[in-house]
Design a protein around this ligand. Sequence first.
Ligand code: PLP
Ligand code: COI
Length: 341
Amino acid sequence: MKKKNIDWGNIGFGYMPADKRFVANYKDGAWDEGGLIDDPMITISECAGVLQYAQTCFEGLKAYTTEDGRTVCFRPDLNASRMADSCRALEMPVFPEDRFLEAVKAVVKANLAYVPPFGSGATLYIRPYMFGSNAVIGVKPADEYQFRIFVTPVGPYFKGGAKPITIRVSDFDRAAPHGTGNIKAGLNYAMSLHAIVDAHAKGFDENMYLDPQTRTKVEETGGANFIFITKDNKLVTPKSDSILPSITRRSLMYVAEHYLNMEVEHREVFFDEVKDFAECGLCGTAAVISPVGKIVDHGKEICLPSGMEEMGPVTRKLYDTLTGIQMGHIEAPEGWITVID
Ligand code: PLP
Ligand code: COI
């Protein structure tokens, strides 16, 4: 497969249209057969449910080129089932999980030229999404929907790649108690836009959101879950009903326990404890693991002992093991890798 002439090592996390995308339409209570199309543009009613009442959800996963030249995807079944959960919570019709997996394979296969080569530092980001497409003016779910998948080659989510970032404790909430924080609804990201623009304007890379009810517990950032490493080498990850169940975080918990013999705690994490951790990172499909060097709470700085120069040693081991599994040079647990080509 001849790859596109792209400067793979220097791309950021942006959108670059590839050749093909998948689309299926839901009408009169059923999904059509769907298929691959060329046109990246969408025409819908000015009154579409997605435009008026934000009825939309999405997923994010990646395809990788392995050292031996295969193209693989990481745990797409978990994206399929999380998207089904998002759809149910937003009164949208589920796109059947087996069809979701077939569509992911088809769209990656149709865009193999855009899957970055092994060792380039880039990957192919896959974005499945669904939205209410017909006109709704009273507040109610749409009757018609589109399910789509596009792909785009991406580099690191944070400029500087593995360099530690500085985050701040946000005064804004991204999710309400008993709300939609645990699903991948577009509206959660709209909620975070003002907070991220404000954070960037003040020199921070990201926001740490605390639990909206008591503001005492760590939740997540706008696009990633947290991992913490204790001084005695445990992996601690925040548990909350209002954060997204990250597939990367769930995978890291397994990797820590079964590959690195670490103790793992998935529990409520009080903000007061953060100053005592040895390392902190953000984890997600886009973020992979981005180390956090400093957390600023209204002027009070928490400087992680791992510093601002490089990833802490335990975060590094987790990163190397996870990416080794994703890129095919460390044996994956059963079912984690789907071979596309
Ligand atoms: N939390 C939020 C709010 C996200 O948008 C994402 C990205 O998908 C994650 C966490 C990480 O989830 P995953 O590891 O499944 O990509
Ligand atoms: C992902 O990691 O897939 C996400 O959806 C995060 C997003 C903020 C890019």
